[in-house]
Write a protein that binds this ligand. Structure first.
Ligand code: FES
Length: 263
């Protein structure tokens, strides 16, 4: 994906730890491209970054941004695996940059790039417009009437443990988009709702408090809906929260074929 490979040394000066304090460095190869600025082809730029115990990929990118190039673009917020902002390709795999320690990669050369299946806005920052649009399309909230109107419940809606267990794992989704980045169907069909949105469709369809099955079924049982999934399973393999979107999509297919909500 790169046209060039330039090694930039760590700058000297007060911000750079002297070699005696930081004897080890890593090579961070970062995808650089600004499609909107007519700034030439995408290229990989290599930075030498001081290593310390516990250093994450986001830490390393921040070091580059603070010490070498403030224009480096990437997304992050919580730095604790909660917000889902820092999805990126790390040594070719979709991962969270804030949860990936350099040490676990077992290499002194780390390659970082934008998530696949998303358009690049700049460098590692990608465009999530389609992803959020697909998420919104499956109506990711409890629908309390069959005609789709949202109405506040007149009483507390209780559930048994078993009813909660039916959908609970899918509530762990942090919308990081790694599953869609790993999906081979999303790669060629950008209208495919994708594993994240479909798993969330299942999450609400399987909730005993929801009454919106008909409306949601008509959204997922389409050309670009759940039956587009070919069960590669790569979405579940990369989820940082242990969610199994591939399972959600298969359960959704079963519900559509049975003609009733999945409970
Ligand atoms: S910065 Fe929030 S999940 Fe990584």
């Amino acid at each position: 994906m790169a046209a060039d490979d330039t090694v930039l040394p760590a700058p000297s000066g007060m911000d750079t730890p002297p070699p005696s304090q930081s004897p080890k460095t890593i090579l961070l190869k970062v995808y650089r491209h600004n499609p909107n600025a007519n700034a030439g082809e995408a290229r990989m730029v290599t930075y030498r970054v001081p290593y310390r115990r516990g250093l994450t990929v986001v830490d390393a990118l921040l070091w580059v941004k603070e010490h070498v190039d403030p224009a480096l673009a990437f997304r992050y917020s919580c730095r604790m695996g909660i917000c889902g902002s820092c999805g990126m390709l790390i040594n070719g795999e979709p991962r969270l940059g804030c949860e990936t320690q350099i040490a676990e990669l077992e290499s002194d050369v780390v390659e970082v790039g934008p998530l696949t299946n998303y358009a690049v806005i700049r460098d590692i920052a990608t465009d999530f417009s389609d992803f959020f649009s697909h998420h919104r399309r499956v109506r990711p909230y409890l629908i309390r009437t069959e005609n789709g109107a949202l109405e506040p419940p007149a009483r507390e809606l209780t559930q048994t443990e078993a009813e909660k267990f039916a959908y609970y794992q899918f509530t762990m989704c942090i919308m990081c988009g790694l599953c869609d980045a790993a999906c081979p169907i999303v790669a060629f069909d950008r209208e495919f709702l994708g594993p994240q949105a479909l798993a969330q469709a299942y999450r609400f369809a399987a909730d005993s408090r929801d009454q919106g099955w008909r409306a949601r079924r008509d959204i997922v049982d389409t050309t670009h809906g759940c039956f587009r999934c070919e069960l590669a399973g790569s979405c579940s393999a990369v989820c940082p929260k242990g969610v199994d979107p591939a399972l959600g999509v298969q359960l959704l297919k079963r519900a559509v074929l049975r003609g009733r909500a999945p409970r």
